[in-house]
Design a protein around this ligand. Structure first.
Ligand SMILES: [Cu+2]
Length: 295
């Protein structure tokens, strides 16, 4: 999540239609499961999918349910806006509110009200979506888009995570974390993972913040022939079309927190970057950035 002062306005981008098409196909094939109906628990007691929390981003609002039960949750962000959007899920300390978070963000704070960053779906372009699995504890949360400082324009929503209902408890406890294909450790200040963790086939990455600072992992796909250096130049100047497009990832995780990101990356050149702020800079500028190729 590139926060507040680091990014300015971005031009509208072409949708990533391939991923949207894939999503549509999946929705046709298994509408009930993807709509969360499978979270009620299998008759045979088998592990079930975590329940789905669907967030829709527009310029500059979130559509979200008011409340969801605690437990493992698939959080899907669908970007219906023209801008790049993301969804950070931050647990608000007792006695604070999304309004207080917003006031802090507008006052220039990078980590308002001492909220705990629980992760969230990484940044995607218009028409695209991204999905993560998180373990949500009961409490009051803010859903925030820090991309280009959108939160300051009011792109924030409240989500209440309730104690699981007695009847639903079994479903929550029987939902297992996704089996992951690779672990990506977020350390101060680098990504640590096995070679080949990022690949073209559908992949679940288990992200763990092993550092002492909050971290995120935003994925960008470079347009053919474009380079990370060119992206850096564009990032500073904001002149012309961006040389890369965001492709999801994991929003900011507080130290010790974890989550799972579901990815299907078309072939191409990519980089991952941590946009979490550190003083006047961001972790990407401190070396927490890595380029790779998906074949
Ligand atoms: Cu970081």
């Amino acid at each position: 999540m590139f926060r507040s002062r680091y990014l300015r306005q971005q031009p509208a981008l072409r949708p990533v239609r391939a991923m949207t098409a894939l999503l549509r196909t999946l929705l046709r094939l298994a509408p009930l499961c993807l709509l969360g109906a499978c979270a009620g628990g299998g008759a045979d007691g088998a592990r079930t999918q975590p329940r789905l929390l669907r967030l829709e981003a527009r310029d500059f609002t979130f559509a979200t349910p008011a409340a969801v039960p605690a437990g493992l949750t698939r959080v899907r962000l669908v970007n219906r806006g023209a801008e790049w959007h993301e969804a950070g899920i931050a647990r608000l300390p007792e006695g604070t509110s999304a309004e207080a978070y917003l006031a802090g963000a507008r006052a220039g704070e990078s980590f308002p009200v001492g909220a705990v960053d629980f992760g969230g779906p990484g940044k995607v372009a218009t028409g695209d979506s991204s999905e993560v699995v998180l373990r949500l504890a009961p409490g009051r949360y803010a859903i925030v888009c820090w991309a280009d400082g959108h939160v300051k324009r009011g792109m924030i929503a409240t989500l209440i995570v309730t104690e699981p209902e007695p009847g639903a408890q079994r479903a929550d406890t029987s939902a297992a974390p996704p089996s992951s294909d690779a672990v990506v450790a977020l350390q101060d200040f680098r990504f640590v993972h096995a070679p080949g963790a990022f690949r073209g086939a559908p992949t679940v990455l288990h992200l763990r913040n092993e550092g002492r600072r909050p971290h995120d992992m935003t994925i960008y796909r470079l347009h053919p022939g474009r380079t990370l250096r060119e992206f850096g130049a564009w990032y500073r100047s904001r002149q012309g079309a961006p040389p890369a497009v965001p492709a999801g990832g994991m929003n900011t995780l507080a130290p010790g927190r974890e989550g799972w990101a579901s990815l299907t990356l078309p072939p191409g050149r990519y980089f991952i970057a941590c946009g979490t702020p550190e003083g006047e800079t961001i972790h990407a500028a401190m070396g927490m950035i890595e380029e790779f190729e998906v074949r």
